[in-house]
Design a protein around this ligand. Structure first.
Ligand code: DAH
Length: 343
């Protein structure tokens, strides 16, 4: 019996030394103390088969060992809990003299994100809200409420992706629907920009993508004029491009503005010579804009006799290309690390 106890003690100590976590400790505890088959439990049970003196002697010893085991288990438990909190095992420590690991490459923002963040900063500094809108949009918001009825040729020119078996819905071909949503939600006066993805069934080339980004702007207040529009547009381009840009304004037609304009910018990639980014014209269509059509103000739930406004829709990927001198729009979604590492 004595030998048996010594052997058990050895095994227990050995087992305890090998323990690295709480699960292993539970297993050890079970192995020795489980009610039915625990090795220590078994010994305690066997005591009753001994005769008087022997039972007294071994009973005392067995109880001592049992208590010792239980104390050791408790100690181990506390030790493991401490390690858990510090994240270091008792054998580990922080060596402050160790040389630092070689610096690994840090991630960074995509050029589209950089430009959008900058634009949003710029506009918030001018008191604009930054809004979001759904990418899956109803035809009502995408077209109708923007004064583009079902038979209007502008619907054709947008090459919209309609949803199969749900032709009332589309992947928004522009961010303009958020103009209506914003007016309905916030009323007037309002200054808001919306940046996000748009989708069109385009054949892709150096200046066209089927998935692209726009930043929509909307200001509705009393007595808004073209002068306000031009002032904000200038602020926008100079703020983002951080240099002088040459611009020209042409009349442009969009059913949701009246009058409508196309603001073009002299191509910064080729400086007006003509290249892939400007469709070899030397000018980049940058900013379609105009004064919000009275009907659109009405669809937004406001009174066009009381309020007027201006709006613009910036093709922000084109702006990214101009800012960084990127000659092909397809690089931006290519996921090519050699391209991305340049930013
Ligand atoms: N939504 C138009 C498009 O994607 C762009 C646009 C034109 C937006 C004029 C405007 C605007 O807000 O005033 O083609």
């Amino acid at each position: 019996m004595k030998n048996e106890l010594q052997k058990l003690k050895k095994e227990f100590i050995k087992g305890l030394e090998e323990i690295r976590d709480g699960v292993q400790l539970d297993e050890l505890e079970k192995r020795f103390f489980s009610r039915r088959s625990g090795e220590m439990t078994q010994i305690m049970k066997n005591l009753k088969d001994l005769s008087g003196e022997a039972r007294k002697e071994f009973g005392k010893l067995a109880n001592e060992i049992k208590r010792e085991f239980q104390e050791l288990i408790e100690e181990k438990k506390t030790e493991l809990e401490k390690e858990d909190k510090s994240g270091l095992s008792s054998e580990e420590s922080i060596d402050v003299t160790r040389p630092k690991l070689p610096q690994t490459e840090n991630g960074h923002f995509h050029p589209i994100t950089i430009v959008h963040n900058k634009l949003e900063d710029l506009f918030t500094s001018m008191g604009f809200m930054v809004l979001d809108g759904p990418e899956l949009e109803s035809n009502y918001y995408a077209f109708e409420a923007l004064n583009i009825p079902a038979d209007h040729p502008a619907r054709e020119s947008m090459d919209t992706f309609y949803i199969k078996d749900h032709s009332d819905w589309c992947m928004r071909p522009h961010t303009s629907p958020v103009q209506i949503r914003a007016m309905q939600k916030y009323g007037a006066p309002i200054r808001a920009v919306v940046s996000g993805r748009c989708f069109r069934n385009e054949a892709t080339d150096a200046s066209h993508e089927h998935t692209f980004y726009q930043m929509e702007g909307l200001v509705v207040d009393k007595d808004i004029s073209i002068a306000n529009l031009i002032g904000v547009m200038k602020e926008l381009l100079q703020g983002i491009l951080e240099r002088e840009v040459e611009v020209r304004l042409r009349p442009g037609f969009f059913p949701f503005v009246e009058p409508g304009f196309e603001l073009d910018m002299k191509c910064l990639v080729c400086e007006g010579e003509g290249c892939g980014a400007c469709k070899h014209s030397g000018w980049v269509e940058t900013l379609p804009c105009g004064l919000v059509h009275p009907k659109v103000i009405e669809y937004g739930g406001l009174d066009p006799k009381e309020y007027s406004g201006f709006a613009f829709g910036l093709g922000s990927m084109r702006l990214v290309m101009q800012k960084y001198g990127i000659e092909d729009i397809r690089h931006l979604h290519s996921g090519d690390v050699r391209f991305l590492e340049q930013f």
